[in-house]
Design a protein around this ligand. Structure first.
Ligand code: GLC
Ligand code: GLC
Length: 650
């Protein structure tokens, strides 16, 4: 560790020693493009003290610390020389406008390349559709080279520099990024940096007994340490393998490798600085292809320490901050999105300008579903009041569904304040969303049911969880209408609440569960595939027909998106909860640049009334109605229709 008061001096001294050596190595590039070198040096000098402090925090005990530090600087410089001019210009623009992602114009979408449009060229052809919906951010699910067959939907990466061959090439990806940018869309991809597939060249070398690469992973010659670690670990995919380690053989002898997720996903060993440096190179390579946002996959798990649960450890934060500092130096336009699906106290710790500028908001997601099931808004309201505010300049990515299961990650302590027992309530929610609770409208499936603890998580598409599947197959028009209202209600909230709304593409036309995954040997054991269907473009075509189901839902999405985009008040993340005195109705006020909007969401299938006091207190009659079915009669109470989403604004 470097003392804070010595940091500036130490940083200057280190750079004075290292830079001449790097200049020597990169002499040719520097002579060819001296201006680029000047830009790089400027950003390096500015950000090096931060990087040094972080890097030293984790690695200064190593005898070869300086070797790795110099290696890292050389990598960053090399990558900068390779950075295309248009991206260097984007770097400048983003440094001038670091709040770009807080705009009310922002709208995210996420899809699988193959399932949505077959391949990268197909995705390019969908740009007009993305624009029609209003997207400015597209997350393409993992598209890198991965093992054939089972590969966790691409989250087992065999090469970060190659696109999975059926999807296209890296060249196509970078040209797609450019086409996106021209269409006002930022490309988001994953950096799956906690683990690689067991077919990655590093893993192949480790399997061959190459010690340098064995040190890239957490490999043990016997079960002694693994068993000691496991005493404190949570099982993530208990249906796939018990514990966190998988056996494999080197030179005829059994070894154990750390595998938090599937046995073919090998956790990297970040205690080795070479792993950090090589991953930083992969990260900068992707940034140089035009990726603007990296979704940092499974951030919670990257550091392990005996005697802890090996989640959310302080070194994990230090390392992500170090990656962030690397980006500030060599690809400043790049920002990080944290994927921490953990306790809400831990989720926020990843969010800062120095670490991840944006983050999934798993708590809001889980509590929206909770409110639909309970028809009550207390937990949701409490969470928005106490856990929504983020550091200046950062933002939530708010979503209702993604490719993963739903875990009920609310805080037991928060629930207890409201007299709710967390454990029992999770059990209720699982039963409800599996359709096993009386009055349930949902058609979800269990994911990773743990036979010992009885825990599970929930799979299913938004529409099937919100009641559309059941209504269409077993009920009737009235229930269909209610299901559609549920879908629109929770989307209305993510669109208006502050931060970046993220749509799991398919939800905007009410895509139902797809049970055919059970026929595919590569997917049958993973119920998350029920909500990863192939896009049905015949159904998409119906989106302009308001009398079709698809058209009805699509139109509902579009009108809320239009509302967001035409009112600046939906920018930023300022939010104040409105106590509605009605447990079924969530109320909040948004403010931005002197503008104001008031939002009410009725989570009940029964009409609800809000008192005249609220109407007066929030001077609702002085505002225009921006969305919703209801009319306020001045000074009287506000009647909310079943599952209605109502917005007033100036
Ligand atoms: C992330 C992904 C998930 C994957 C896991 C392992 O949580 O969202 O789909 O299974 O990481 O990479
Ligand atoms: C990862 C997985 C997700 C799981 C979570 C649990 O984020 O992707 O499926 O719910 O870890 O801990």
């Amino acid at each position: 560790m470097i003392e804070t008061n010595q940091l500036a001096t130490e940083a200057r001294k280190s750079l004075m020693r290292i830079l001449p050596r790097v200049e020597q190595t990169l002499k040719r590039a520097i002579t060819k493009d001296p201006q680029a070198w000047e830009q790089f040096s400027k950003r390096l000098h500015k950000n090096f003290p931060a990087l040094l402090a972080l890097y030293a925090d984790v690695y200064s005990d190593r005898y070869d610390f300086f070797y790795h530090l110099e290696d890292l600087i050389a990598s960053m410089a090399r990558s900068w020389f390779e950075r295309p001019q248009d991206l260097r210009e984007l770097d400048d623009a983003r440094e001038q406008d670091p709040h770009w992602f807080q705009s009310n114009q922002m709208l995210g979408g996420v899809c699988y390349v193959d399932l949505f449009a077959n391949n990268l060229d197909g995705i390019r052809k969908k740009i007009p559709y993305f624009k029609e919906l209003g997207l400015t951010y597209i997350h393409l699910m993992p598209l890198f080279k991965a093992p054939e067959g089972e590969n966790d939907g691409g989250y087992a990466v065999s090469s970060y520099r190659e696109v999975h061959p059926p999807l296209g090439t890296m060249k196509q990806l970078s040209s797609l990024a450019r086409d996106f940018r021209e269409a006002g869309i930022s490309l988001v991809v994953d950096l799956v940096f906690n683990h690689t597939s067991d077919e990655h060249i590093w893993a192949e070398r480790a399997k061959a007994g190459d010690e340098e690469y064995m040190d890239f992973y957490r490999i043990f010659p016997d079960r002694e340490l693994p068993s000691r670690y496991e005493q404190n670990l949570r099982e993530i995919f208990p249906e796939e393998h018990a514990g966190a380690f998988s056996p494999f053989v080197i030179n005829g002898k059994e070894h154990w490798v750390w595998t938090t997720f599937h046995s073919y996903q090998w956790d990297l060993n970040y205690a080795n600085p070479a792993v950090f440096n090589r991953m930083a190179e992969e990260m900068l390579f992707l940034a140089n292809q035009g990726v603007e946002v990296l979704r940092l996959d499974a951030v919670a798990f990257i550091w392990k320490q005996l005697g802890t649960n090996c989640e959310n450890l302080s070194q994990a934060h230090t390392l992500i901050k170090a990656f962030n500092a690397v980006a500030r130096i060599a690809s400043p336009a790049l920002i990080f999105k944290s994927e921490a699906i953990v306790h809400p106290d831990d989720v926020v710790k990843y969010i800062s300008l120095e670490e991840c500028q944006v983050s999934y908001n798993p708590l809001l997601m889980a509590l929206l579903w909770n409110s639909l099931a309970t028809r009550k808004t207390r937990l949701l309201s409490q969470a928005l009041a106490h856990r929504f505010k983020l550091p200046q300049g950062t933002a939530w990515v708010n979503y209702v569904r993604v490719h993963d299961d739903i875990g009920w990650t609310f805080s037991d302590e928060d629930a207890a304040i409201l007299g709710v027992n967390g454990h029992d309530h999770r059990h209720f929610l699982n039963e409800f969303y599996r359709g096993r609770f009386p009055g349930s409208f949902a058609r979800g499936l269990p994911f990773q049911e743990n036979p010992i603890t009885g825990d599970c998580r929930i799979s299913g598409t938004c529409a099937s969880l919100a009641g559309l599947e059941k209504a269409l197959h077993e009920e009737g028009e009235k229930e269909v209408e209610l299901a559609i209202r549920r879908i629109l209600l929770i989307h209305g909230i993510i669109i208006s609440v502050g931060g970046i709304p993220l749509i799991y593409l398919g939800d905007e036309i009410g895509t139902l569960n797809d049970y055919t995954y059970r026929d595919d040997p590569a997917h049958e054991r993973d119920s998350r595939w029920v909500h990863r269907p192939r896009a049905d473009w015949e159904k998409y075509k119906k989106r302009s027909n308001l009398h079709s189901l698809e058209g009805h839902i699509f139109h509902g999405f579009r009108s809320m998106i239009e509302m967001r985009k035409s009112h600046e008040v939906f920018a930023g993340g300022d939010l104040e909860i409105i106590p509605t005195d009605n447990e079924h109705v969530l109320g909040f006020m948004r403010t931005y640049a002197g503008k104001r909007a008031v939002v009410f969401a009725n989570f009940s299938e029964i009409p609800q009334t809000l008192s005249s006091r609220i109407i007066e207190q929030y001077s609702i009659t002085s505002l225009k109605k921006l969305h919703g079915r209801n009319h306020v009669s001045p000074k009287k109470s506000l009647e909310l229709e079943p599952l209605d989403f109502v917005v007033f604004g100036s």
